[in-house]
Every structure is written in C-alpha cells, then in structure tokens.
Write a protein that binds this ligand. Structure first.
Ligand SMILES: Nc1ncnc2c1ncn2[C@@H]1O[C@H](COP(=O)(O)OP(=O)(O)OP(=O)(O)O)[C@@H](O)[C@H]1O
Length: 666
C-alpha cells in the first residue's frame, strides 16, 4: 500500500526494473511511452513430444516461458548479461491515446477442460501469445507473437490496479476541462463488462468515487456531475435510463455532441450511481427477450458529464465509459440469420470506424472519419481537441480462443502505431528477446556471447533504417476505404470549453526541438495540481522538461508561411558548416521522404475518391435516380476532397516550416 494515498501500488509499479542500456542513448522524453505498438514478432517452435503435453497449466512467470500446450518453451534461462528490455519502462499516463491490455484468468470450465493458458505477460508492457499451429504435414508447432502496449495487466490484476493506470488519469483530465473516453474492446466473455461496467467494481464506479470526492473540494463546488446511460444497437441510440427511448445525437454550436432526449441524473454519491446503473443495466438485459438478443451485440455507454451548477448548459468536462459489443460479432456472416448478419455488419463498421478515429487522433490528423458509424458520431467530441482516450483490450487466455485473442491484439496494435525512435528501440529490444529463443541449443557461454553481441548492437543503435519503419506509418489505411473525413482541424475557435487547456504534451519527434525554439519555453504538461489528494502513479519521464512540444493545432498560425531566405531583402543568408550538423541534414532528408510518401498517399486517396463519386453518379443516372441523391453524394465528395486537400496542405506546410527553421538559424 502507498500509505500517503491509501491506494495500492500496481504490481508493475512495484517491480524492480532491470537496467536497460538502450535507454541511455535515447533522450528521456522519448521514453515516456507515446506510441508503443509492436507488429508481431513471430517465432516458430517445433511442438514438444506428445507425452510432455500432460504438464499442469502454466504460470505466467516471466522467467518461465511456456508454449501453447503449457510446456516450458525452448526459451533459455537468461544469462546475467541479459537485461530486460526497455519495454519495462512505464508508459506515460498523460498520453493522448493509451492502449492497454488486460488478460482475464482461465475460468472454471476452461480449467476443467484442461485448457492451456497461451497468453504470457512477460513484462509490464508486453504480452506473448503462443499460438498452436499445424503444418501441412500435420506437424504441430507453436508460433509466438509478441505485442507491446502502454500497459499490460495480468490475470491477477484487480480492477483498482487497472483503474490507476487507465481511467484515473482521465478523471483528472476532465476536471481540467477535457473530454475523455475509456473503452473496452475484446471478444465476448473476455472481461469487457467486468472491467468497465461491473456493477460493484467496474472502472466507472471507481472513477465516480474519485469524481464525487473531487466535486466536494472547494475549487469544484460550482460543478455537478450528470450521469447518462445509453446503448447503441444497430445504429440506433436507446436510453437505458428511460425505458429504452430512442435518442438522437446532434452537435451544439460549440461542437459538443448532445444526445437529444437523454435522461441525465444529477448524482452525488457512489450508492446512488450504482442504483441508477442497476436500473439501466436491467433495461439492457431485458433486451435479451426482445430485439436485442445478446447484450454483447450492443455498445453500452455510460457518461459522466461535469456541468456548471448555475447553468446546466455550461459544460465543463465529460468522461465516457464504453462496453463495446463483442468484437467477434463483427464477423457474423454466412449461415447466420439476416438479423444477426445485419448486427454483425453494423458492429464491424463501428469497430473499424472507432479504430480509424483513434488512429487519426493519435497521429494528430485534422480529419477523422466520424461519420462512418453511429458510435464514432456520438463520440466525436471525445476525439477532437482536448480529448484523451484509453482503450483496454481484453483477452481470454485459453487456447481455443487464440484466434480471437490475436485479432483483438492486432486491432489494438493498429490503433496506436509506431511513431518514434523510442518505439523502434523497444521493438529491437523485444525482437532480441525473442531471438533468444533460437539459442536453446547453445552452451551457457555461447549464449552469454550472443547476448553481449546483441546488446552492443543495441547500444550502437542509431537512426538507420528509419525510413522502412515509416512505410508502416501510413496516413491512410488500406482498410480505411474511401471513408469520409470531416473538417475537425482544431483552431482557436474550436476551443470547446471557452477556456485555455494545458498542452497534452504530445511528443512528436518531428516537432521536438523546433517548437522549443519557436516558443522559447517548455510547455507544462501537468499545470494543474487538482489531483494532489489522489495519486497518479506516473512515470518520471512524463515530465518532459526539455523536449515537450505543443500539438500542431495550437501552434501560432503560420509564422513560417514564407521562407526567410527569400523574404529577407538582403538575401545574404547562407548555411555555414557550423549552422547545421550532419545529423540535422539527414533528419531533414528523412522528413522530406516522409512528406513525399504522405502526399503520394493522399493523391492516391484523391484518385479513389474521384473514381468512387463518378461511379456513384453514373450508377444513379443509369438507374434513373433522383438528382437529390447525386447532389447529396456530391456534397460528401466535396467534404472529403476538402479534407484531403487540407491534409496535403498541412503536410507541405510542415516541410516548409522545417526549411524556414533552417534558414532562420543561418
Ligand atoms: N479479470 C477478470 N478477473 C476475474 N473474472 C473475470 C475477469 N474478466 C472477466 N471475468 C469473468 O468472466 C466472465 C465474462 O466476463 P464479461 O461478462 O466481463 O465479458 P464480456 O467481454 O463483457 O462479454 P460480452 O461481450 O458477452 O458482454 C464474467 O463472469 C466475469 O466475471
């Protein structure tokens, strides 16, 4: 227990962290955990002998790697020279997007069936999935997939521990006037409801407890909390606190999403909240005999809105907890009845749209495809401007769910893409760990040699090969299709709350150093001390004293709109060898390549957009459709085109800013 706060320290926080040489070469702001996704690193192992399969269910000890059949894998015991990779460094709790994973324990039935646990949590940020496979010649083997996330919670983690590193930072954030979303994604039965909306210990209860406590503090007595609880089923909204009344979402003048007709209750204590919630939950489950055959076919949203007591229309902050429909439902096709197929299609659409919106948010995109689903439409204001999102991917550890588990982790992996060198370093480290699996035939001495060689490779690691990584960081996803984009570029006018927000402290390697110079000062990440009575067990790295930058959208308007080299009448600037380093030149080239790729992606998207609209118009004409339909489609086309053009402009102006920056220094 942390005596000062009465809160428990999570197991990960209590862990002793091994020294990680690679970290010492990377400036600390990179370590904070901005983006940590990790494409699967796969490793094939031959299946062990048949009789070995009868070993008891594995434990998740980091030092005892087991394969999908519950047997110790061929991973060698680690030599002393091997340090646990940098992925042990805690991620940053104030990141705009956080993606975490929670593994549930094997349930009684699974244990009774002697099912093996295939998900090993081997550090506070990594999960290893041992997927059983069969070759064409029927040889069985295990494929290992390793993923890195912001936090990974093992099956023994309590909701309180999960809360500390997921929803608690969001509670703090909404008191500072932000909007936040916390949602659980995963297959049916993986623990979404248990995590998010368990009636007694779900994250919503724990958050409400802290929210009510904060509301009692003097500085917040002018605020009150209002609870709403609704469901999205087949693209329609239903009020769970008002007899499933149909609801509609609209936007007010300040771009806040308002759910018209939603019954909101002013609640001031946890008991009252739980009563209201129970009532709503019953409405959700009574659906099992009606149209809504299974609660996991709908998305349930519990929102806690902070408003001004004297003027309920004055909005302060909002926190939404979402228990999403089971992710595997999106795949209901084929033999399923029509209703099920339609539900599946709707769920699929909304989950894809959700992923795209969060990716856009993570990458500070101006355009986010909200319109693609009702879910993203209602969450729109939680994705733009002053917003934060925490996704908790819930996974079942049993072998028969391995495919769903991998799908969930891949989805989560795509939500947050690799963006910085820090993550690349993590990837190298993770890859090295897996590579160690190959060493099982070596003597201890040979293994030690391997580790020290590998480690020195990591120590000498610089930026080479970065371009290859960037290829993966595409602006437009393949599966994004011709999704529509809305103009959501945050300007001064878009300040949703009429008050200045502190920076989210977004660390984008492209801006580091530049914005510091532009503004000549650091941006304080956590200007507010409102949570002083609550402990947010943050990483020390989160205070980015030297390289913190501001999000693009709040930077002053185009101070670099024309290059100083040409605006300078004397035109006598020139670059001296002192004014720019070799590394800076290389960095610039890297940026230029990146810009070219992004613009070329945008061009492809533009071509696709044009083709889609032309097809739509022609087919409407052929079918003798009304002109109105064409005009509607034309409007959408114009909107999307506008969005793409703005994207391109932004990319180009970013490069120009870098040019300008160089000239200014000369
Ligand atoms: N971390 C956990 N620790 C202990 N029990 C858990 C955990 N996660 C889930 N469970 C248990 O597993 C069962 C299924 O969990 P839950 O109902 O939360 O799944 P779900 O993902 O919400 O499913 P659905 O999509 O069908 O609603 C429940 O009995 C729950 O109590």
């Amino acid at each position: 227990m942390d005596n000062s706060t009465g809160r428990r320290i999570t197991p990960s926080q209590g862990r002793v962290r091994a020294s990680v040489p690679i970290r010492s070469r990377i400036p600390s702001p990179y370590i904070g955990g901005k983006t940590i996704t990790q494409p699967s690193v796969m490793q094939q192992q031959q299946m062990p002998d048949e009789e070995e399969e009868e070993e008891p269910i594995q434990n998740s000890s980091p030092n005892r790697r087991l394969n999908a059949y519950g047997l110790p894998s061929r991973h060698p015991s680690r030599g002393n020279s091997y340090s646990r990779p940098s992925i042990n460094t805690p991620s940053n709790l104030t990141d705009k997007i956080r993606v975490c994973v929670r593994k549930r324990p094997l349930n009684k039935k699974e244990v009774a069936r002697n099912e093996k646990d295939i998900a090993t949590i081997n550090s506070q940020r990594t999960v290893l999935i041992n997927e059983p496979k069969v070759k064409v010649d029927l040889t069985r083997y295990v494929e290992q997939h390793m993923f890195v996330f912001d936090d990974v919670f093992d099956s023994d983690a309590s909701n309180e521990e999960v809360y500390q590193r997921t929803a608690l930072p969001l509670v703090e954030y909404i008191f500072r006037g932000g909007k936040a979303t916390c949602f659980a994604y995963g297959q049916t039965g993986s623990g979404k409801t248990h995590t998010m909306l368990d009636e007694k210990q779900g994250l919503y209860v724990l958050a409400a407890r802290d929210i009510f406590n904060l509301l009692r503090r003097e500085e917040f007595t002018h605020l009150a909390s209002y609870i709403g609880f609704y469901e999205i089923y087949q693209g329609q909204l239903y009020d769970l606190l008002n007899q499933r009344k149909k609801l509609f979402a609209r936007e007010d003048g300040k771009k806040n999403v308002v759910i018209s007709g939603l019954q909101e209750y002013n609640i001031e204590n946890v008991d009252a909240l739980m009563q209201v919630f129970d009532y709503g939950n019953m409405a959700r489950s009574t659906g099992t005999t009606g149209a809504n055959q299974d609660s996991s076919r709908s998305h349930a949203i519990l929102q806690i809105v902070l408003k001004h007591k004297k003027n309920r229309k004055k909005f302060h902050g909002k926190l939404s907890f979402i228990d999403l429909a089971g992710s595997e439902r999106g795949a209901d096709r084929g033999d399923a009845d029509k209703q099920t197929r339609m539900e599946g299609a709707e769920i699929n659409k909304s989950l894809l749209a959700l992923k795209e919106c969060i990716r856009a948010l993570d990458q500070d995109k101006k355009h986010t495809p909200f319109r693609q689903s009702k879910l993203t439409q209602v969450l729109k204001d939680s994705f733009v401007g002053n917003s934060r999102t925490c996704m908790i991917a819930t996974v079942s550890p049993n072998i028969s769910n391995s495919e769903h588990t991998l799908n969930t982790l891949r989805y989560a992996d795509r939500v947050k893409e690799l963006k910085s060198e820090r993550d690349r370093a993590d990837r190298v480290a993770a890859g090295l760990e897996l590579a160690a699996n190959e060493l099982h035939g070596l003597t201890d001495e040979q293994r030690q040699q391997y580790y020290s060689d590998a480690q020195s490779k990591m120590d000498g690691y610089t930026y080479e090969g970065y371009e290859e990584e960037e290829e993966e960081d595409q602006v437009y996803d393949d599966d994004e299709g011709s999704g529509s984009f809305e103009d959501e570029f945050l300007s001064e006018d878009d300040d949703l709350f009429g008050e200045e927000m502190p920076s989210d402290g977004i660390v984008d390697e492209d801006f580091i150093g530049i914005s510091d110079e532009l503004f000549g000062k650091d941006i304080d990440n956590d200007s507010s001390d409102i949570m002083s009575n609550l402990t947010i067990t943050d990483s020390p790295d989160s205070r980015r004293s030297t390289s913190t930058t501001v999000p693009y959208h709040i930077q002053p308007s185009s101070p670099y709109s024309s290059s100083p080299r040409y605006s300078n009448t004397s035109n006598d600037n020139s670059l001296s060898s002192q004014s720019i380093t070799h590394q800076e030149i290389e960095d610039f080239l890297k940026n230029h390549r990146h810009e070219l790729r992004e613009v070329s992606d945008a061009n492809k998207q533009e071509t696709k957009l044009l083709a889609n609209f032309t097809l739509e118009m022609n087919s409407n004409d052929d079918l003798g459709g009304a002109h109105d339909v064409t005009v509607d489609a034309f409007e959408r086309y114009l909107d999307d085109l506008d969005g793409l053009l703005e994207s391109k402009e932004q990319i180009i102006s970013e490069l120009r800013r870098k040019i300008s920056q160089i000239w200014r220094r000369s």
